[in-house]
Design a protein around this ligand. Structure first.
Ligand code: CAA
Length: 280
C-alpha cells in the first residue's frame, strides 16, 4: 500500500495521522519545521497513550502505530504518497503554494485533499492545476473521537477522486458524507451560528458562560455547551468560518460576535492558549 501524507502537525493533522496509522496506513507526517514535526509526533503519541490508559490499545500496538508514522520536513519526501491530506493553518496563499509545489513533485495519480473548514475547495482546486484530483476531507475535532468526515466535492472534482477519498475515510472507521462545496459545507454552516448566538447571549448578560452551556447540554442533549465547544475548536477557527459565511452569503446573520472579536484581540483563542470563554 502506498503511503498517505498529512500536511500540518497541529491538533487536526495529528488526529488524522493517528487515525490513518491506526488503520494500518504508512503515514508521511509533514511540517516545514522539524521542531513542529517533533511536537506533532508527541501529540499523536499522547492520543495513543489515552487509548492505552483506557485499555483500548496495548503498548505494543502503540509502538507499532508510531512506527508507521514518518515525520518529514521536505515536500520532496511526499513524492510516493497516493493521497495527501492538508491540515495547515487557514491561509489561502500558504495552501496554494504547497499544492502548487506538490503538483510538480507528485505523480499523476495522487489525490489532493484539504481539511479546510473555511476556504473554497473549488478555488483551491483551480489553483493547484489538478482540479479533478482535488477534494475536501473535512474532519472534526477531536479527530479520533468524531465519526463524521464531510467529503466535499468542488465543481471539478471527479467521481473517482470522491470515491478514493471516501474509501480512505471509511478505512479510518469514519462515516463519510458527501457534500457540495458551499461556504461552511453542512456542519459548520449550522453549528457556527449557534456558537455565535451563544457568544452574543453571553455578551448581553442573559446568563454566564457556565449557565449558557448547561442550558444547551441539558436542554438539547448536546455533549458539551457551545462556548466550551468554541474553546475546543479555537476562537480563531470559529472566527474564520463565521467571517467566510458572513462575506460569502452577505447576511448579518453570520456577523462574528463582537465578544469573539475581543477575545481574538486579547489572544484568548480557547483551550490551546489557556484562555477563551473559560480559563484552563
Ligand atoms: N482525543 C481523542 N479522543 C478523545 C478526546 C480527545 N481529545 N476526547 C475524548 N475522546 C474520546 C474518548 O477516548 C472516548 O472514546 P471511547 O468512548 O472510545 O472510550 C470518547 O471520546 C468519549 O470521551 P470522554 O468520555 O472522555 O469524554 P466525553 O464523553 O466528555 O466526550 C467529547 C468528549 C468527545 C469531546 C464530547 O464532549 C463531544 O463529542 N463534544 C463535541 C465535539 C464536537 O462537536 N466537535 C466538532 C467541532 S466542529 C469541528 O471540529 C469542525 C470545524 O471545522 C471547526
Amino acid at each position: 500500500m502506498k503511503p498517505v501524507a498529512v500536511l500540518g502537525t497541529g491538533t487536526m493533522g495529528a488526529g488524522i495521522a493517528q487515525c490513518a496509522a491506526q488503520a494500518g496506513y504508512s503515514v508521511l507526517f509533514w511540517n516545514r519545521r522539524s521542531e513542529s514535526v517533533e511536537k506533532g509526533l508527541e501529540l499523536v503519541r499522547k492520543g495513543l497513550e489515552r487509548l492505552v490508559k483506557r485499555e483500548k490499545l496495548t503498548r505494543e500496538e502503540l509502538d507499532a502505530t508510531m512506527e508507521r508514522i514518518l515525520g518529514v520536513s521536505a515536500l520532496e519526501d511526499l513524492k510516493s504518497a497516493s493521497l495527501i491530506v492538508e491540515a495547515v493553518p487557514e491561509d489561502v496563499d500558504l495552501k496554494h503554494e504547497l499544492f502548487g509545489r506538490l503538483a510538480s513533485i507528485c505523480g499523476e495519480g495522487v489525490v489532493f485533499a484539504s481539511n479546510t473548514s473555511s476556504l473554497s475547495i473549488t478555488q483551491l482546486a483551480a489553483r493547484c492545476g489538478r482540479p479533478d484530483r482535488f477534494v475536501g476531507l473535512h474532519f472534526f475535532n477531536p479527530v479520533p473521537a468524531m465519526k463524521l468526515v464531510e467529503v466535499v466535492s468542488g465543481v471539478a472534482t471527479s467521481d473517482a477522486t470522491v470515491a478514493a477519498a471516501t474509501e480512505f475515510a471509511e478505512k479510518l472507521g469514519k462515516v463519510a458524507v458527501r457534500v457540495r462545496d458551499f461556504p461552511g459545507f453542512v456542519v459548520n454552516r449550522v453549528l457556527m451560528p449557534m456558537i455565535n448566538e451563544a457568544a452574543n447571549t453571553l455578551m448581553q448578560g442573559v446568563a454566564d458562560a457556565q449557565a449558557i452551556d448547561e442550558c444547551m447540554k441539558l436542554g438539547c442533549n448536546h455533549p458539551m455547551g457551545p462556548l466550551a465547544l468554541a474553546d475546543l475548536v479555537g476562537l480563531d477557527v470559529v472566527f474564520a468560518i463565521l467571517d467566510t459565511l458572513y462575506r460569502e452569503f452577505g447576511s448579518p446573520h453570520y456577523k462574528p460576535s463582537p465578544l469573539i472579536v475581543k477575545n481574538l484581540e486579547a489572544g484568548w483563542l480557547g483551550k490551546k492558549t489557556g484562555r477563551g470563554f473559560y480559563t484552563y
